[in-house]
Design a protein around this ligand. Structure first.
Ligand code: ZN
Ligand code: ZN
Length: 121
C-alpha cells in the first residue's frame, strides 16, 4: 500500500497551530488595541496557504510590530489592556480619568493629578 496520500497529522497540527496562534494573537492584539481580527485572520490564512512556517512568520512579525508597553488589568472585567489606553478594549469602560485642569490622563483611583498635582474631586 502506498502512503503518498494526505498526511493527516501534519494537516491537523497546522490547523491546530494556526487556530491557537490566531486565538492568542487575537487576545493579545485586543489588549493592545492592535488590529486583533486582522492578525488572527493572518494566522489562519497563512496556516492554510503556507503551513506552520507561515504561522510562525506571522507570529514573529506580530512580535516585532505590536505596540510595546506594560499590560495592566482592567478593574471592570479583569482582562489585560496596554497602559496607554483610556478605555478598556474588552469592555469599553474607562480605565483612566481626565484631569479637569491639564486634561492629561491619570489612574481611576488617583487622588491628585500626576502631571499638575491638582486634586481630583
Ligand atoms: Zn475591561
Ligand atoms: Zn492635571
Amino acid at each position: 500500500m502506498e502512503t503518498t496520500g494526505i498526511s493527516w497529522p501534519i494537516i491537523i497540527a497546522t490547523i491546530a497551530g494556526g487556530a491557537l496562534s490566531a486565538l492568542w494573537v487575537f487576545q493579545d492584539g485586543r489588549g493592545r488595541d492592535y488590529n486583533p481580527v486582522l492578525w488572527a485572520v493572518g494566522c489562519i490564512f497563512s496556516a492554510l496557504t503556507v503551513g506552520l512556517y507561515g504561522v510562525l512568520a506571522v507570529l514573529v512579525a506580530y512580535f516585532i510590530l505590536r505596540p510595546r508597553g506594560e499590560l495592566l488589568i482592567c478593574p471592570h472585567c479583569s482582562k489585560k489592556y496596554i497602559y496607554n489606553l483610556a478605555f478598556c478594549p474588552h469592555c469599553r469602560k474607562p480605565v483612566k480619568k481626565e484631569c479637569l485642569k491639564c486634561h492629561d490622563l491619570m489612574e481611576l483611583d488617583a487622588e491628585t493629578c500626576p502631571h499638575c498635582r491638582t486634586r481630583t474631586a
